[in-house]
Design a binder for this molecule. Structure first.
Ligand SMILES: Cc1cc2nc3c(=O)[nH]c(=O)nc-3n(C[C@H](O)[C@H](O)[C@H](O)COP(=O)(O)OP(=O)(O)OC[C@H]3O[C@@H](n4cnc5c(N)ncnc54)[C@H](O)[C@@H]3O)c2cc1C
Length: 494
C-alpha cells in the first residue's frame, strides 16, 4: 500500500485529465495522474516515423488568440508562452469541396458573414439569421466567455436540423453550414444545435494550428503538474476503484499500484469509469445510463509523409465530398468509401512554404473491425492487415483524385483504424469524438462532472463537449466543483 495519501488521483492523461491535474496542483492540492500508456496525452500524442512526426487527435483549435478563452486558460496555467501556434488563413480557414464546387469559411463573425453572403448572393439574409442564431446561443452559455453560469450548465436541447430549417430553405446553404459536422461526427436529424454552434462559434472566433504538433500541450501541462509537486505515472492502467463508507478510498492499477486518495477525477470514457466500480457501490440507473451511452463513429486516418520541399503548405483544412451531402459520418457504409475526407496539413514552422506531413481522416463503421476486438496492436492477423491495406489504397486513390499534385510528393504513409484509437485512448469502439450527443436520447446531455459518488468527478471529452476547446471548458467546470468556478474564472480572467 502507498504510504502517501493524495487529494486527487486522476485517471488517464488526456487533455481533460491534464488540465484538471494542472489546475488542482496549482491550487495547492496533492495530485497523482495514472496513465495506462507509456506516453502521456491520449489524443494529444504525436508519433514519429523515419524522422517525421505526425499529429494524431488535435490538428487545429479555436480561441487561442491573445485574450481569447484558451489563451487565458493557458496563461493562467503558465504554458501559453511555451506553445507555438499560428492563425489559419483568415479568409478561408476551412474549405469544402462539394462534388467539385468549393466553399469556404472565413474567421471573424463579420468576415464569415460577408464571405458566405458572397458565396450565396441570393441567400444573404439567411446567412445573417444563422450568424445571429450562433451568437445568441454563445451568449446563452456564459462559460464560453469565461463567466460563471447562474446555475448548473444545462445545454440547449434544440435540434440543429430545426434551427437550420428555420434559417433557410436552400439545401446547398444548409449543407455548407452543417459541413462542420466533420468535427462532431453527428447525425443530420439528431445532433443538438448547441454542439454545432459551440464548434462553429469558437472556430469562427479564431482558428489556429499548433506548430510542431499537439504533444507540446501535453508536455507543457505535465511540466506544470510536476513543478507543482504532482506525480505522473505512466504504464499504470487503473483497474478498480475501491470504496469505504460510500466513498472511493483507493485506486488500484493492473500493474500493482494502490493509491489512497480523498477524491478521484476520471478522464476516461464514462462507461469505462463505471466498469471500475463494483455495482453495489453506485446506483443502478446511473451506472446503466453511463454504460449505455451511444458513441460517435470511428475514424480511419491516413498519415502522409512528403518528400522534402515538394508539397506546398496550405494554411487551411480542406474537406472533399463526392456529392452535395456533407453529413459524412452517415456515408461511411456506402460501397464507394470514402465518400469524403478531411485533409489536415501540418505546420512545422511559423512560416512554412512546404509541409512534410498531413493527416487524412474519414469515418468508418466500427462493426467492420469488431471481430478483431481483443487482438493486440501490431498482431491482429492477416485479414485485418488486408482490410487496413484495402482502405488505405481507397483513401489514397480518393486523395490523389481530389489533389492530383500530391501523388508525386508522397514519401511514405501509415494508417490508423478505430481499433488503433481504442488501443491508444481506451475509448470504446475507437469512437472519434467520444459519446454521441443525440437529441433523440436527451440523457446523453447529462454527463456532468459531479457523479453519484461524492468524491468521484468526471472530466474529458464526454462531459461538456469534445475537442480542445470543449474539453478545456469541461475541465474548468470539473475543477470548479472543487475550487469554486467563480474563484477559478476570476483567477483566469485576472
Ligand atoms: C482523428 C481525430 C482527430 C481529431 N482532431 C481534432 C482537432 O483537430 N481539434 C480538436 O479540437 N479536437 C480534435 N479531436 C478531438 C480531441 O482529440 C478529443 O476530444 C480530446 O483530445 C479528448 O481528450 P480527453 O481528455 O477526453 O482524453 P483522451 O484523449 O480520450 O485520453 C484518455 C486517456 O486515458 C487513458 N486511459 C484510458 N483508460 C485508462 C485506464 N483504465 N487507466 C489509465 N489510463 C487510461 C488513455 O490511454 C488516454 O491517454 C480529434 C479526435 C480524433 C479521434
Amino acid at each position: 500500500m502507498s504510504a502517501n495519501k493524495y487529494d486527487f488521483v486522476i485517471i488517464g492523461s488526456g487533455l481533460g485529465s491534464l488540465v484538471c491535474a494542472a489546475i488542482l496542483s496549482k491550487e495547492g492540492f496533492k495530485v497523482a495522474v495514472l496513465e495506462k500508456q507509456p506516453i502521456y496525452g491520449g489524443s494529444l500524442q504525436s508519433f514519429t516515423r523515419k524522422g517525421i512526426s505526425f499529429d494524431t487527435g488535435i490538428h487545429f483549435t479555436g480561441c487561442l488568440g491573445n485574450g481569447q478563452q484558451l489563451y487565458k486558460v493557458f496563461s493562467y496555467l503558465g504554458i501559453i508562452d511555451t506553445l507555438q501556434y499560428k492563425k489559419l488563413d483568415t479568409n478561408a480557414f476551412e474549405t469544402y469541396n462539394l462534388g467539385g464546387r468549393e466553399f469556404s469559411f472565413a474567421q471573424g463573425f463579420d468576415a464569415f458573414s460577408d464571405s458566405l453572403k458572397s458565396q450565396f448572393p441570393t441567400h444573404g439574409k439567411d446567412v445573417g439569421v444563422y450568424v445571429s442564431q450562433l451568437q445568441s446561443l454563445a451568449q446563452s452559455i456564459p462559460l464560453l466567455s469565461l463567466t460563471k453560469p447562474e446555475s448548473t450548465f444545462y445545454p440547449n436541447t434544440e435540434k440543429l436540423s430545426n434551427i437550420l430549417n428555420s434559417v433557410s430553405q436552400n439545401d446547398l446553404l444548409k449543407q455548407v453550414l452543417s459541413a462542420s459536422n466533420f468535427l462532431h461526427a453527428g447525425h443530420s436529424q439528431q445532433t443538438f444545435w448547441y454542439v454545432h454552434a459551440v464548434i462553429q462559434y469558437h472556430l469562427i472566433s479564431g482558428a489556429y494550428r499548433l506548430v510542431g504538433g499537439s504533444s507540446q500541450i501535453a508536455d507543457a501541462l505535465v511540466a506544470v503538474i510536476k513543478n507543482n509537486g504532482g506525480e505522473m505515472h505512466i504504464s499504470q492502467e487503473v483497474d478498480a476503484l475501491m470504496f469505504e463508507d460510500k466513498l472511493v478510498k483507493y485506486v488500484s492499477t493492473k500493474q500493482g499500484l494502490r493509491l489512497e486518495t480523498k477524491n478521484v477525477f476520471s478522464g476516461i470514457h464514462p462507461s469505462l469509469t463505471m466498469k471500475l466500480i463494483a455495482p453495489e457501490n453506485i446506483k443502478k440507473p446511473y451506472r446503466n445510463r453511463l454504460l449505455g451511452l451511444e458513441n460517435t463513429v470511428g475514424s480511419f486516418t491516413l498519415y502522409l509523409a512528403f518528400k522534402p520541399n515538394t508539397f506546398h503548405y496550405k494554411n487551411a483544412n480542406m474537406y472533399f465530398y463526392d456529392g452535395d451531402n456533407t453529413w459524412i459520418s452517415e456515408q461511411q457504409k456506402i460501397k464507394q468509401w470514402p465518400y469524403g475526407f478531411g485533409f489536415f496539413p501540418q505546420a512545422d514552422s511559423l512560416k512554412p512554404n512546404y509541409t512534410n506531413a498531413a493527416s487524412v481522416i474519414s469515418f468508418v463503421d466500427y462493426e467492420k473491425f469488431a471481430i478483431w476486438n481483443g487482438t493486440k496492436l501490431g498482431n491482429r492477423g492477416a485479414d485485418y492487415d488486408a482490410l487496413k491495406e484495402e482502405l488505405t489504397q481507397k483513401m489514397l486513390d480518393a486523395v490523389c483524385r481530389h489533389i492530383p499534385e500530391i501523388k508525386n510528393c508522397i514519401a511514405h504513409y501509415y494508417a490508423a483504424t478505430p481499433l488503433t484509437w481504442e488501443h491508444y485512448t481506451g475509448t470504446p469502439q475507437g469512437a472519434t469524438y467520444g459519446i454521441m450527443r443525440n437529441a433523440e436520447q436527451e440523457y446523453s446531455l447529462y454527463v456532468f462532472s459531479k457523479t453519484q459518488v461524492k468524491n468521484l468527478f468526471l472530466t474529458g471529452q464526454n462531459t461538456f463537449l469534445h475537442g480542445m476547446f470543449g474539453v478545456v471548458m469541461g475541465a474548468l467546470l470539473a475543477s470548479g466543483e472543487i475550487v469554486g468556478l467563480d474563484y477559478l474564472l476570476s483567477r483566469i480572467n485576472s
